[in-house]
Design a protein around this ligand. Sequence first.
Ligand SMILES: [Zn+2]
Ligand SMILES: [Zn+2]
Length: 258
Amino acid sequence: MEVVVLGSGSKGNSALVRAAGSALLVDAGLSARQLRRRLDAVGQDPARIEAVLLTHEHSDHIAGLRVFRRRFPLPVVANAPTLEATERIVGESLDGSVEQATGTCLEIGPFRVTSFPVPHDAAETVGYVIEAEGVRLGYATDLGHVTHLVHERLASCELVVIEANHDRQMLLDGPYPWATKQRVASRHGHLSNDHAASLLPDLARSSARAVVLAHLSETNNDPLLALAAVKGALHAEGLDAMRVELARQDAPAAGVAV
Ligand SMILES: [Zn+2]
Ligand SMILES: [Zn+2]
């Protein structure tokens, strides 16, 4: 199984998951044009994507959905509150969508997809565990803190995409208005580099062999700081064997396969 983060950050998020000749998208927050371009760049035929899973309805996760589906009418998979909120925002009904109650499992082609709740300020934000070919990918961006459930779900995965949104000091010192800083740093906002760094040694000791750090803020983070925090935490516990990659906003990240 391979994950290619097509783009990630506050300007748009989408990831491609491939296994057994099939594929899924997680979120469609890049423009439809960028989605097509980047899928092309990584050699993925959009017509062969089984579905798009939504984590939540914030615009950086759904911005390209409506236009992309005009050309490629793939089913949208999400829980009912997220589907409703998304339909309200895009201003039309998402025909052929599939409702997946949070916490349940859905078979889509070769994939077994299970969602889990994460703490974030949208209708009902989820992360996903996607299983295929005997391995699991855990996907969690847009969460204010790591709950026991999030920890437990990600600990079962060989491959992990986790948010490293901001450096706490850069957020404090940065240009955001105070209310926005509070929102980002809150327990329903976004994970800091330190949050990600304190989680990863545990994941490396359980199942994880590779991680992609995602949703890095261009304003309140520096990729080198995110990498240093996470690699430092792994190194301190002798877990350097874990592969750490960074997602990018402006281009697809390196594909990571397990
Ligand atoms: Zn987001
Ligand atoms: Zn969000």
